[in-house]
Design a protein around this ligand. Structure first.
Ligand code: NDP
Length: 297
């Protein structure tokens, strides 16, 4: 029987833990606060930001909602980040990506105070992760680690293959898999668009993470019997639906589920975990900044 990994259920348990940690902080007089910054008119980005704010409210994290005109000068965004860095009431800062083309996204990530960088994408935090001195794990790969642990997939000694080498998903995922720590100790291969014979690599995977952004590119011929398959992709494809499209992953779910021992669906797999881990990191930031310890595993 193939296990369909229920990201909504695991995310719910993370939210319950976060909610308890928020109570512990509140008892010590600390209200965790996340500032979201949106400089875009993209409907998907607007939706993501409002979902993140709603998630925060549900667990008792206060939010600050900053919206900038997408045509405003880049300096406005850099200045906003400086102000939020200096604002002692703000624990976490999230700038919704992508930012407009006239803004330097690398500078945006570098400008955020690393202690408030709850996305974990500041070079200092990435460096700490690689060095094994982790401060914040980026939300999507951290969520995947939690998902695997929740269904008792032990990564130690396994062959993990990650498709994708982005700063957001692929690279941090691979780094977490190779860490000498729980959820790591896997022998890890990172594949990308220049990989020769991708299918040969993916067939060697005990654990396969697909994060390429290519609709249903992983089919059954690329997966070995019994592999655990994690589908990160969220791709909009034309479909005969009310909206005219549907969301599909990077994995051809119907064929791959026949071979996998466990698989994440899209939607309802990795996506809810990414959202939950942002809450986790925000509470971690509030704990770190206030010096109040919380019981968050
Ligand atoms: P990027 O576009 O930044 O990176 C994609 C990576 O996949 C690149 O490294 C690219 O290689 C590689 N790639 C692209 N095509 C192929 C191919 N045919 N074969 C092998 N490798 C390929 O995407 P992200 O990492 O930001 O996101 C990946 C997917 O995950 C997207 O669908 C995105 O929407 C989704 N996503 C989902 C999240 C969730 O919570 N579920 C969170 C974040 C992202 P190269 O480097 O050579 O160009």
């Amino acid at each position: 029987m193939t296990e369909i990994i229920d990201g909504n259920a695991v995310a719910e348990s993370v939210r319950a833990d976060v909610s308890e940690a928020v109570d512990e902080l509140e008892a010590a007089g600390v209200t965790p606060r996340l500032a979201t910054v949106l400089m875009s008119t993209d409907p998907a980005s607007e939706t993501y930001v409002s979902m993140k704010q709603r998630d925060c409210e549900e667990v008792g994290i206060a939010t600050e909602d900053v919206e900038l005109d997408s045509e405003a000068p880049a300096e406005d965004l850099y200045d906003t980040i400086d102000e939020l860095n200096d604002d002692d009431a703000v624990d976490g800062i999230l700038v919704q990506m992508p930012v407009p083309d006239h803004v330097d996204d690398g500078r945006v990530l570098r400008s955020i105070d690393p202690v408030k960088d709850v996305d974990g994408l500041h070079p200092e935090n990435i460096g700490r992760l690689v060095a094994g001195e982790t401060r914040y794990k980026p939300c999507t790969p951290h969520g995947i680690q939690k998902l695997l642990a929740a269904v008792d997939v032990d990564t130690e000694g396994k062959d993990a293959v990650v498709i994708g080498r982005s700063r957001l998903v692929g690279k941090p995922m691979a780094n977490l898999f190779v860490q000498k720590a729980g959820g790591g100790n896997a022998t890890t291969t990172v594949c990308h668009s220049r990989t020769a014979d991708l299918a040969e690599k993916t067939r060697g995977a005990d654990i396969l993470v697909a994060a390429a952004g290519v609709p249903e590119m992983v089919d059954a011929s690329m997966v070995s019997d019994g592999a655990v398959v994690v589908d990160v992709g969220i791709n909009q494809v034309e479909a005969d639906t009310e909206k005219g499209y549907e969301l599909v992953g990077d994995v051809d779910f119907e064929s791959v589920r026949e071979k996998a021992s466990a698989i994440t669906p899209v939607p309802g797999g990795v996506g809810p975990m990414t959202r939950a881990m942002l809450l986790y990191n925000t509470v971690g930031a509030a704990s770190r900044r206030s010096g109040v310890d919380v019981s968050l595993s």
